[in-house]
Design a protein around this ligand. Sequence first.
Ligand code: ZN
Length: 352
Amino acid sequence: MSQETGQARQGLLERLAQGPVICAEGYLFELERRGYLQAGAFVPLVVLEYPDLVAQLHREFVHAGSDVVEAFTYYAHREKLRLIGREGDLEAMNTHALTIAKEVASETGSLLAGNVCNTNVFVPDGTQAKATVRAMFEEQVAWAAQAGADFVIAETISWGEEALIALDVIKSAGLAAVVTLAIHREPETREGWSPAEACRRLEDAGADVVGLNCSRGPRTMLPLLQMIRGSVQVPMAALPVPYRTTSEQPSFQSLRDPEGDEATDGIPFPTALDPFTCTRHELARFAATAVAMGIDYLGACCGAGPHHVRAMAEALGRTPPASQYSADMTKHAFMGTDASITAEQKDYAARL
Ligand SMILES: [Zn+2]
């Protein structure tokens, strides 16, 4: 049963006051890999078609150390559903996703997060477009509020001003807001604000947590996080994609694979990123570095699996239930050090 019984349930800010919070993301890519979601439109119809699988993935991420169950409403917004001709399913997708997430959050004592993201209709000088963006956020945030979300995440937004609209809608609904920007190749928002300036504006406008998610891997997100940390006072979020991005190819969309074939034209995003995947140990190092930098809200985005989340949790000194199965190579048939493994077996290790 829920951990709510017997003690007052703590919200996001209370938990952050006690130490880092982990929030697993990456539902789109994980369910795409498993064969239940289509790359391209990346719309989470799976919440209607295979709700049990979504609940299972929520459980796997909590098992691996996530403190948050994020409702899978990413891209379940009016513009995306218009694009695939499913606008009539908008409310059902959102309310189903929230119900699934709420069930897992309450059975595990995790925080329940609502979610909004880039609308893909924002234009900087369009009054009508901004009204449309606001209305899209309002309907999704209202469903999250009705579901009893502890807070709402506004994520992967690359227009600073669009993020400010999302923030205003979340705060107007009386909820805590985690706002994370996606910074692509150029180290700035689409209107040209530095990440530090954008996060400072979000802080000034009342964001509870500000930071970055998606697009950049650990290596190319860290320098931006450092600059933001020096500019804001509120808790900071960092949720990179688990890919080996570089200074020449700083985002996972800009990665190029010299060994890529005609199937992808050498552009690994989004279905051929496998050879660029970070190990769990790299994500653990990222978590340790980020925490040392004063970042409190950690996770990983598109491409992440439960093994990445577990490694991040363990880097923070935790032992989530999945740690029961963390590697123990002492018992390996050849590489093991256990006294009962024969010398003949151990000697063969070098020839494997
Ligand atoms: Zn992502």
